[in-house]
Design a protein. Structure first.
Lengths: 159, 747
């Protein structure tokens, strides 16, 4: 048994301790946000935040999470009430197939919580571990900048 | 033309994917979308094959409408675009429309969602059907109210008329009213009156995708669902010689090990258990490998040595010049689709009926292939499209559907979800084929092109289901299906020879398609098919000729063009980029320009760009891209921009980084480390897309318009920066570094 919080809710997980977090999130907890992309920590589709830091949930066994705080895409907002990063991605229409976007948003969230006004180089570096195949990169960078403005309150509201 | 070697291989049951059909001409000629090449009824778009209006549009008594399309959302935004088209012509708000996509139980058969045809085929059908439904509703209102049609107007789901007459669509519709065939012509809304089309309507699918809603087949959880994994052979055609599955069957949580010849799968209650069981099973299987792959380092030579079926696709004037100014061999490696989500499907056998949820591009062709594979009547197999990660052509989607069906048949009553692993997708998907194009061209004394010859070598780009033998499971099972015959997609759209006929006006020109019936590596459709390499070859040659003739590459293209729409995108891209007044680039900098009309039938696209190269490392950054496109009537301008931007970035990745790796037996590039693609640090720093407005002209697909010009513009910019012409793809850092080191002889 491993106990940690997921999006603020305390969870006790029955899965074997070596089970990667990704399968617990998608299986036992029925959360869709983190995606299976490679299982190798190479593509970032499975990215979630653990104590505020982005991690590859596909290669993180649950035994390492005892007492920690996990945040997933679902913890940032909903379709009805999206969080500022999610709202910025919607406003910039920063998705094609969208499969990588959950990981992108989690990395952007971690970046913006650490650095409220990142420059281009900081944004590119933060997103470097995440792959996108549709070629939505330019919009994703725009969305992160928009989210930064929104979170800094420089913009009145994100559409 | 001898193919005895591979025929023997097939008869031995080895070399499973190496094909040995000797067909005369293009006997299996078909279209990339699977639609009939010749019209049946003369109706617009896909109405021609499915003329009944209520096959496309149904209106409920509450006034909401459901639209049916046989095309699938692949991340290209088709769901939103088709809803816009329907809303515009029905005069119904978007909020009252629902869209059902590709489902053999419910929607028209529109073949494959491919070839940038969806708006053209399905959008045209839905637009015309919606316009005709609207007119039928107006006619019904006129009949009921006893007023002239001309006095009535459709607006917001209501037919309104004199003296406060208001009849809602829900009131007017009846079971039979729309159960009629479409007419050949429709009263279409004038583009000047558009309120929904040609507007940047936000994509309807994005909110769920960015908030963790159930958006993909990977996210489906059916009651009682269990998890399957497949153990694939180590190489093409490998034979399973020994397997003791006992230890796997004894693992807690494992429900079943499924074996049919070399087809191996496991089913478990939990996904992680299934993965562990798959790994264990893989260690227990012993294989005999027979595959003989080409020498990767000499792939072009290997391809050109294969038997060919030649078709002359262009022959004008006297192209046999006594000597040519340029004679260049352009080559591309096999390319991976590289979907970020490996393929996935869920299948469920209930009684004698099989349901398959799949991200295939063609639910009907897959249904037929699965019916063959499972020896079931097609009407007992239902394929329902559910989104996967972007596929960009035929990835493992269809194979995963077959895998899931094979496992579900072994465990009736339980939905079985099969998720491919990353290494399976990278090793087993059908790649975009490796290719060779040779272009020879001669310049006259006036600096105009006097002769042009283009030869292209490629295997099939169209190995989709239909035939069960297109599916991995069907090839692996104990009684395998024969390999499917290779399809040489005919002109004018073409396959390997797509875009091999230049759009330029050339008095003396020949183009020959050297179709390779054999397939050294498994291959099929990948965005733009042969167009990417052919455009790279043509546009590199145009650029080089312009330099040899001492002319500006943009002016040189304009001089050889008559098509006004082509000239318009070239002029637009050049002017907006500031091509004419471009400053001399700093050291390591260069400019590139390229143009193509996709398939010579679809969208026009011109690209101007600037690069910065670090000479020491060969690291190239695209600092600025300006694209101009003409996609005919635009449904969603932001959707067009998103597709073109995506094409630019994806082609940057193909061009600078990518190539499938293999040794003489196995595919070795089985993860993102061995098959690197573009990451953020190398993304083009600024991308601008300008749409040349063409209101009222037919829809032209946008999804594949940018890839060819982008690859060529990069090559031309490297030429500008280094003085060297690179013709072997990928133009990776090592090749660029060498080009930058060599003394530039021609600058």
């Amino acid at each position: 048994m491993t106990t940690f919080t997921v999006n603020g809710t305390r969870r006790t997980i029955a899965a074997a301790p070596d089970t990667p977090l990704l399968y617990v999130l998608r299986g036992e907890l029925e959360l869709n946000g983190a995606k299976f992309g490679c299982g190798l920590g190479q593509c970032g589709a499975c990215t979630v935040l653990v104590d505020g830091e982005p991690v590859f949930s596909c290669v993180t066994p649950v035994m390492l999470l005892e007492g920690r705080a996990v945040r997933t895409l679902e913890g940032l907002g909903s379709a009805e009430a999206p969080g500022p990063v999610q709202a910025a991605f919607i406003a910039e229409q920063a998705a094609q197939c969208g499969y990588c976007i959950a990981g992108m948003i989690m990395r952007a969230q971690a970046l913006l919580e650490r650095d409220g006004d990142p420059d281009d180089a900081a944004i590119l570096a933060a997103l470097e571990p995440s792959l996108c195949r549709c070629g939505t990169h330019v919009r994703i960078v725009r969305a992160v900048k928009r989210a930064a403005r929104a979170m800094a309150g420089k913009m009145e509201a994100v559409r | 033309m001898t193919q005895a070697l591979s025929r023997r291989a097939v008869l031995r049951g080895t070399g499973a994917l190496i094909l040995a059909f000797s067909l005369s001409g293009r006997a299996f000629a078909q279209t990339e979308t699977g639609a009939s090449a010749t019209p049946l009824r003369g109706l617009p778009g896909s109405l021609d094959a499915t003329p009944r209006l209520d096959a496309w549009i149904r209106i409920a008594p509450d006034g909401t409408a459901t639209i049916f399309t046989g095309k699938a959302e692949l991340g290209q935004g088709i769901r939103t675009a088709l809803l816009q088209v329907a809303a515009e012509e029905l005069k119904l708000p978007l909020s009252r429309l629902d869209l059902i996509t590709a489902d053999t139980g419910r929607t028209p058969n529109e073949g494959y969602t491919a070839a940038s045809h969806s708006v053209q085929d399905s959008g045209t059908a839905i637009r015309n059907a919606a316009a005709q439904v609207r007119e039928i509703l107006i006619g019904e209102a006129a009949r009921r109210a006893g007023v002239a049609r001309a006095d009535l107007i459709a607006r917001d789901g209501v037919i309104a008329g004199p003296a406060g007459l208001r009849l809602s669509y829900g009131e007017l519709v009846s079971d039979t009213l729309l159960h009629v065939d479409a007419a050949p012509t429709s009263i279409l809304t004038d583009p000047r009156d558009f309120t929904v089309m040609d507007r940047p309507v936000p994509r309807v699918d994005i909110p769920a995708k960015v908030t963790g809603g159930a958006a993909y087949v990977q996210d489906m959880r059916l009651p009682g669902m269990v998890h399957g994994r497949i153990v694939r052979p180590p190489s093409y055609g490998a034979r399973l010689v020994a397997l003791d599955a006992g230890p796997v069957e004894a693992m807690p949580g494992v429900l079943k090990v499924v074996r049919d010849g070399a087809f191996l799968g496991v089913i478990a209650e939990q996904e992680w258990t299934a993965i562990q069981a798959m790994r264990r099973l893989a260690t227990l299987a012993r294989w005999e490998e027979t595959a003989q792959l080409p020498d990767e380092a000499r792939l072009p030579e290997a391809l050109m040595a294969l038997p060919t079926r030649d078709t002359t696709i262009l022959d004008v004037g006297q192209p046999d010049a006594p000597s040519f100014t340029l004679d260049t061999l352009f080559t591309r490696p096999y390319l991976s689709h590289g979907s970020i989500g490996p393929s996935c499907a869920i299948a469920h056998l209930e009684g004698d009926a099989m349901m398959v949820w799949t991200h295939t591009q063609g639910v009907y062709p897959l249904r037929d292939a699965l019916a063959g594979l499972l020896a079931m009547p097609p009407e007992k197999v239902r394929c329902i499209h559910a989104e996967g990660a972007g596929c960009y052509g035929q990835n493992g989607a269809d194979d995963a559907g077959a895998d899931a069906a094979m496992l579900a048949r072994a465990l009736p009553g339980r939905p079985v979800r099969v998720q491919w692993m990353r290494e399976q997708e990278h090793a087993w998907e059908p790649f975009g084929p490796g290719m060779v194009a040779r272009v020879r061209a001669a310049l006259g004394p006036d600096g105009a092109i006097t002769a042009w010859q283009h030869d292209v070598w490629s295997q099939s780009h169209m190995m989709r289901p239909g035939p069960p033998g297109t599916l991995l499971a069907a090839r692996d099972k104990a009684e395998p299906f024969p390999p499917a015959p290779p399809v040489d997609l005919p002109m004018p759209e073409g396959g390997g020879d797509r875009n091999a006929v230049p759009l330029y006006v050339l008095p003396n020109a020949r183009a020959v398609n050297h179709f390779l019936p054999e397939m050294p590596l498994r291959g099929s459709s990948m965005r733009s098919l042969g167009g990417y390499l052919n455009v790279f070859a043509i546009e590199s040659t145009m650029d080089e000729l312009a330099r040899r003739a001492g002319q500006d590459p943009v002016e040189f293209r304009m001089r050889h063009l008559q098509d006004e729409r082509a000239k318009a995108v070239i002029t637009t891209a050049a002017e907006r980029f500031g091509w004419k007044d471009r400053p001399k680039p700093p050291a390591g900098g260069g400019y590139g320009f390229a143009f193509a009309r996709y398939k010579n039938l679809e969208a026009y696209c011109a690209i101007a760009l600037e690069v910065a190269i670090d000479a020491d490392t060969g690291r190239l950054i695209v600092t600025r891209v300006m694209a101009a496109v003409d996609t005919g009537q635009v449904v969603n301008p932001d959707g067009v921009r998103n597709q073109i931007e995506g094409g630019i970035v994806q082609a940057t990745s193909w061009t600078l980084f990518e190539g499938v790796r293999f040794d003489r037996r196995r595919i070795t590039s089985v993860d993102w480390a061995a098959y690197p693609i573009l990451r953020f640090s190398r993304v083009p720093r600024a991308v601008e897309v300008h749409i040349v407005p063409r209101p009222g002209l037919p829809f032209l697909g946008a999804g594949e318009a940018a890839q060819g010009p982008m690859g060529a513009a990069l090559g031309n910019a490297i030429r500008d920066a280094s003085g060297q012409r690179l013709a072997t793809l990928p133009l990776d850092a090592s090749r660029i570094r060498h080009a930058m080191m060599d003394p530039p002889p021609l600058r």
